[in-house]
Ligand binder design. Sequence first.
Ligand SMILES: Nc1ncnc2c1ncn2[C@@H]1O[C@H](COP(=O)(O)OP(=O)(O)OP(=O)(O)O)[C@@H](O)[C@H]1O
Length: 263
Amino acid sequence: MTAPFVAIRGLGVGYAGAARPALQDVDLDIGPGERVAVIGESGSGKSTLALALAGLLPPSATVSGRIDWRLPGRAPVPGRDIGLVFQDPSASLDPVMRVGAQLAEVVRAHRRIGRREAAAEAEALLAAVGIPDPPRAARGFPHRLSGGQRQRIALAAALAARPSLLVADEATSALDTLVQAGIVALLRRLVQENGTTLVAITHDLALAPQLADRVIVLKEGRIVEDGPTDTVLAAPRSPYAKALLAAHLDLQTLPLVGAGLAG
Ligand SMILES: Nc1ncnc2c1ncn2[C@@H]1O[C@H](COP(=O)(O)OP(=O)(O)OP(=O)(O)O)[C@@H](O)[C@H]1O
């Protein structure tokens, strides 16, 4: 791998009152432009890793270890260097602000451009994420849109500042299968086009081949598997990853595209 974009060493995160640390001894290098899926069951520490990367852990959390960024001389700024998309788009969209104004505000918060230019950029972003009739959508409010459209707009907002890293935490979990497929395809296209590094958190193994070249499996706050997506899904080494995969195949959900396991 070329020089890592971010290098995590011995990261541990504990929350007050918790029986065990949410993350322990996490060592992880992520290269520029890499697309990484972080998989694990509920409570394994996926969201904590996302928050640690974004610098958004609650102040009460106890943090040890280091996260070093390849950004010259400064810490990354969430929203500018790191875009975030969550499961619930309402977390990132203001219900009482017009969609176009919200996007324009994000653009102007990070780039020195005038109002008109920012409004035009907002419409361009809406078009880029596949929202029909961008000028009309820009004048509307988020609550008038479907869940899938709101998630597209949350994605547009996360990418408005052209971040180097996009962290998507269960970004498609709340959506039905068809809408989910559309958002996954969009996410994949946008990060490829922009060369954005992607960390996609998901409990859904079936999404890993569609989103990522590399899979990391977390169990009880530790990385138990880390490798190319196809290799991990075709031949997991850790017993835990094997069990996750077996449980997934038992459920007979979506075929694991690209893993040679679909048939
Ligand atoms: N703010 C918090 N305060 C206390 N404990 C927390 C907090 N956030 C997470 N935890 C605990 O830390 C552990 C890891 O949680 P985390 O949300 O990172 O896991 P996860 O894999 O993302 O789970 P899920 O898929 O359910 O979101 C869990 O035991 C959780 O209960």
